[in-house]
Design a binder for this molecule. Structure first.
Ligand code: DC
Length: 207
């Protein structure tokens, strides 16, 4: 069996949570592609090398750093993701991952449009800036990061702008992606909607 689930959407819309629940439910392999960009940003800052150089020398250890979800790395990852050389360095790894046998889930910004245009099912997960900022703020507080809601909201707006307006592989809904607005949904409700769509599609591909 081969089944690819592509999940895209802006920061803090709930992609990661939905993907984690899908992994639990269907036991599919999962790649958080944002983590690759975060690792490049962190390596570039730590080692004082150009993002292109960091991207071409990325190792498994770079993906395990504990600071990858810090606000400074979030901001930097959005910036370095605009560099075409960085994107092309990371592209082949993502495409290879998507070709694994069995079920795979990839989440990011350009999965349904560029990395897996032929995915079996595509989701575009969104939510209002206010809802996303509040979620991210609570998550950061829980991790002991000192910040405030206004700052988190500003960061999200800036990242949305950079991610969706860049020239290469911008954040955009694939025409055949299922749009899920999680603004007014609980995690359980959002997951239920996604799960139903996946079950239906799985049945079609393996009746
Ligand atoms: O999903 P995330 O917030 O961890 O992603 C961090 C940044 O990486 C995001 O602001 C833009 C970039 N990114 C990208 O350009 N393409 C992807 N497929 C995934 C992430």
């Amino acid at each position: 069996m081969k089944f690819v689930i592509a999940i895209d959407g802006p920061a803090a819309a709930g992609k990661g949570t939905i993907a984690a629940n899908l992994v639990k439910k269907f036991k599919f392999a999962y790649l958080d592609t944002g983590l690759l960009y975060r690792a490049v940003a962190s390596k570039s800052l730590d080692e004082g090398v150009k993002p292109e150089i960091a991207a071409s020398n990325l190792t498994q250890n770079d993906l395990m750093k504990s600071n990858l979800r810090d606000p400074v790395i979030s901001k930097e990852s959005s910036k370095i993701a605009t560099i075409p050389e960085v994107r092309s360095c990371l592209q082949s790894f993502q495409i290879e991952f998507s070709k694994k046998s069995g079920g795979v889930i990839l989440d990011g910004r350009d999965i349904g449009t560029v990395i897996c245009p032929d995915a079996d099912i595509k989701f575009f997960i969104c939510a209002t800036v206010q809802v996303r900022a509040r979620r991210r703020y609570i998550e950061l507080l829980g991790r002991g990061v000192k910040t405030n809601l206004a700052k988190v909201s500003e960061d999200i707006i800036r990242r949305d702008e950079i991610d969706s307006k860049r020239d290469h592989s911008p954040l955009i809904k694939a025409t055949d992606a299922i749009l899920i607005d999680t603004s007014l949904l609980s995690i359980e409700q959002a997951f239920k909607m996604v799960e139903e769509c996946v079950k239906k599609e799985l049945k079609k591909s393996d009746p």
